[in-house]
Design a protein around this ligand. Structure first.
Ligand code: ZN
Length: 420
């Protein structure tokens, strides 16, 4: 009797439920893409023990232990699960599809539905940049506990803003800002999101304005950092950017009107840009029409589209750190693919190499989140968050359109049934 069988018998004799025994899984026949730019490992074996990668190597030299379950992925290309750093799982934009007077129960179910669809589309980690009523913390707990499938969630809780600004929790003055930050951290936020400039969906205020006082900004960021939590700013304004960089902010979302001097300063200080370029480009218009967005909203999208694109091009040219985020549901249809994948394609159109874009969708977000020793690469010891595509995305980023297999933490979510 093996020790493992002994354990099963012991549990059986005690009348206890048999514990789930992590079995070894081998992904075979695929090529493993290297994100450092080295050649892919052709015809590889990826050995997975429980939720982590145990070994990766060529089939000829990588032993598959007896009793391992094999999943054949012949001719596919394996990359880390995609990561999307700007997500609202219960998006509620102006338009005919807007849900009015929505209760927490409806928010929770919509969040869960979108989390599941996101994971099935190949996105294994997301960062929530503004959710309602603390429901995000519950959804995260239910996914982390294994009750529901969904991506790994990092969340900023409710976004914090000066009264009248672009966000949910409205406060004023340093004391109220510090309290608001502490409240989100207490609830479980691992990021803080500040709305430091106007947004496309606002009906008032200039996107380029900077409504926070210096004291408000500094206090909010200091309190977050003292709690070990990073801060990102919804920001399209160079003015607000300068003040926030000086106050020690960690990143900006969108960056609609950011200028080359600001983007250079961001590079020098290691401040991240999460572009969400899809929201202001052509593909999103289908989406806005679908949800019945009003004319004023479409006009505001148009007004930022060109500047937003220039910001992205400049950021790539300058070398500002970029982590992918879509601000649409990660799985949302966009120009024949998903918003996440379209976002990665637009990075290439704006000047990234396909490898840089793939990194912006995997290891760069992991670095931004501080989890780059856990996810974002396919290496022994890393969590087995793995996606298979039909071609080499470091040659043509459009290969991401062919996702046919998704695994999160060693569990196949989409793809071929396992073969014993
Ligand atoms: Zn957003």
């Amino acid at each position: 009797m093996t020790p493992r069988m002994g354990a099963i018998c012991l549990f059986a004799s005690l009348g206890l439920a048999t514990p789930a025994i992590a079995e070894m899984v081998a992904l075979t026949g695929a090529n493993v893409v290297d994100l450092d730019g080295k050649p892919a490992i052709q015809n590889a074996v990826v050995l997975i023990d429980g939720e982590r990668i145990k070994a990766i190597g060529p089939a000829a030299t990588t032993q598959i232990p007896a009793g391992t379950r094999s999943i054949p992925l012949d001719g596919k290309w394996l990359i880390p699960g995609l990561m999307n750093m700007h997500v609202h799982l219960a998006l509620n934009l102006p338009g005919a599809a807007r849900v009015y007077n929505e209760g927490k129960d409806s928010v929770a179910l919509r969040m869960l539905d979108n989390a599941q669809k996101s994971l099935r589309s190949g996105v294994t980690t997301i960062r929530l940049t503004g959710a309602q009523d603390g429901v995000d913390f519950t959804v995260k707990k239910m996914i982390d506990s294994g009750t529901f499938d969904g991506p790994r969630i990092h969340t900023a809780g409710s976004s914090i803003v000066a009264t009248g600004g672009h966000g949910s929790t409205e406060v004023n003055g340093p004391a109220e800002f510090s309290r608001a930050v502490r409240e989100q951290v207490k609830r479980g936020a691992t990021w803080i999101k500040l709305g430091i400039s106007g947004g496309i969906s606002d009906t008032h205020g200039e996107i380029a304005a900077s409504p926070f006082t210096d004291d408000e900004l500094k206090t909010a960021i200091e309190v977050a950092h003292r709690n070990g939590v990073k801060v990102t700013g919804h920001n399209g304004s160079p003015l607000a950017a300068e003040a926030a960089i000086d106050a020690g902010i960690d990143g900006f979302e969108h960056g609609y009107f950011l200028t080359p001097p600001v983007l250079t300063k961001m590079k020098q200080k290691g401040v991240w840009l999460v572009p969400t370029i899809v929201v202001s480009q052509q593909g999103a218009k289908e989406f806005y029409r679908k949800i019945g967005s009003p004319d004023w909203y479409l006009a505001r999208v148009d007004s930022v589209g060109k500047a937003h694109w220039e910001t992205l091009r400049n950021a790539i040219r300058i070398g500002t750190p970029i982590a992918l985020g879509s601000d649409q549901y990660p799985w949302e249809p966009n120009e024949g693919t998903t918003a996440t994948i379209r976002e990665a394609e637009l990075y290439v159109d704006a000047g990234m190499t396909p490898l840089q874009s793939l990194r912006a969708a995997t290891i760069e977000p992991a670095r931004m989140l501080g989890v780059d020793k856990e996810v974002g690469l396919l290496k022994p010891g890393y969590l087995a968050d793995i996606v298979a595509v039909d071609g080499d995305p470091t040659t043509d980023i459009r290969a991401l359109r062919t996702i046919s297999f998704v695994m999160k933490g060693g569990k196949p979510i989409v793809g071929r049934p396992a073969k014993d």
